[in-house]
Design a binder for this molecule. Structure first.
Ligand code: ADP
Length: 162
């Protein structure tokens, strides 16, 4: 059983993340989307909200599970008996951070492999931050995130203003 984890904040999930989830799910028996419980980062969506959004958007993918985790990714991987971590790479700017993370995780848990998937060209500019930034100025975010979560993002941003 090859079990992989795709960890991230997913605040909110974008078409770039969903593209990686679909492609990665074809490479393993089970893919766990690991939603980082990062309350100190002051996320737009709570962890349970992010988990439930991703569950809904991936319900057609049979081997994809969505779970949240706290603390170290290596501990979560050990607990889940996962052998592979999937990360997305958009540009060289991602590389420095990612290689450092992957190598530190390897030191901590040598059996764990990190696989990098290159973003699909049409999403290489896309990040959760870009989606939130455009939404906060009333921009059209339909190219960035699935239509069903646009009203949720708008409502959250409105709440933040008040
Ligand atoms: P983190 O806070 O861990 O960077 P993110 O939710 O921003 O979490 O991203 C999770 C993973 O998805 C990271 O590996 C990131 O590089 C990747 N990713 C984000 N946006 C895209 C995209 N547009 N295309 C491909 N991979 C992406």
């Amino acid at each position: 059983m090859k079990r992989a984890i795709y960890p991230g904040s997913f605040d909110p999930i974008t078409f770039g993340h969903l593209d990686i989830i679909k492609r990665a799910s074809k490479l393993c028996d089970e893919l766990i989307v690991g939603v980082l419980n990062n309350s100190q980062k002051n996320p737009l969506f709570s962890t349970p909200e992010r988990v439930s959004i991703i569950k809904e958007l991936t319900e057609n993918l049979d081997n994809v599970k969505v779970e949240c985790f706290d603390g170290l990714l290596v501990d979560f991987a050990k607990k889940k008996d996962a052998q592979v971590i999937i990360r997305g790479l958009r540009a060289v700017t991602d590389f420095e951070n990612e290689i450092q993370l992957a190598q530190s995780n390897k030191v901590q848990y040598p059996e764990l492999e990190t696989l990098f998937m290159t973003t699909s060209l049409q999403y290489s500019y896309l990040s959760s931050t870009v989606a939130k930034e455009f939404a906060s100025y009333g921009g059209d975010i339909s190219p960035f995130v699935p239509a069903e979560i646009i009203p949720l993002i708008e409502a959250k941003l409105k709440n933040k203003e008040n």
